[in-house]
Write a protein that binds this ligand. Sequence first.
Ligand SMILES: O=C(CO)[C@H](O)[C@H](O)COP(=O)(O)O
Length: 263
Amino acid sequence: MSDTLSPIDTAKFVAAKRAVQYVESGMKLGLGTGSTAAWMVRLLGDMVRNEGLSITGVPTSTRTAELARQQGIKVMSLDEAKWLDLTIDGADEFDSELNLIKGGGGALLQEKIVATASDQMIVISDISKQVDTLGAFPLPVEVIPFGWQTTKALVEETLVSMDVLGQRSTLRMNGNAPYFTDEGNHIIDLHVQRIGNARQLALILNQIPGVVENGLFIDICDIVVIGHGDGRVETRDINSGETTEDTVRFAESENIFADMGAD
Ligand SMILES: O=C(CO)[C@H](O)[C@H](O)COP(=O)(O)O
């Protein structure tokens, strides 16, 4: 374990460190958003500057775009890149089938588009985000601002009709004002506790007028890299069914986090 990082940051860091081993020169990469993904961007920046790694990044938020540029990573839009080799991103929850809840950081729309346009998606996470059933983390739903209260009411009715436990939903705020996503939309967080049928809920939510996207990522993630506070990492591949475990060494990475905190 590192002397510099807390156990939770250690877990996020080692997951990111293990995941960047999948990156090869020449790749077009989707760059996720959040504190775990920020470690990955910093590690890639270090590889670009010091190891001659040549990659193009497609960021999933303005925050990640800014960090990637600061790190010296070449950035382009998804329209320029068209299709990506790999996306590496964090998650708010993942289950045993590697279905996810994402959007805690508000970037779910770009994150889902980018991950879906990639040959492979790797999720990097600390162990606390592993769940038996998705739903303890509030499910983000991105809605257009026009008529958002009506959309919210329709979303709640849908949860009742699907018998999803806990039908309360809240408009995400930024201080005293509604939160705006990079696309100028709002987010409604669904406090559902437990999602019995995530696949069905994801499809039904997106049929409600005003809903742009929901934070359920079903059948999108291929690999999850789970970090632990003691430096251990587990890698689970849903396609091969394999799980491997190893320990990430810190010595050679001190330069990454000496002058950088978590996101
Ligand atoms: O979905 C996301 C942003 O929209 C993030 O990946 C998710 O919220 C996890 O963030 P962190 O790594 O900071 O815990």
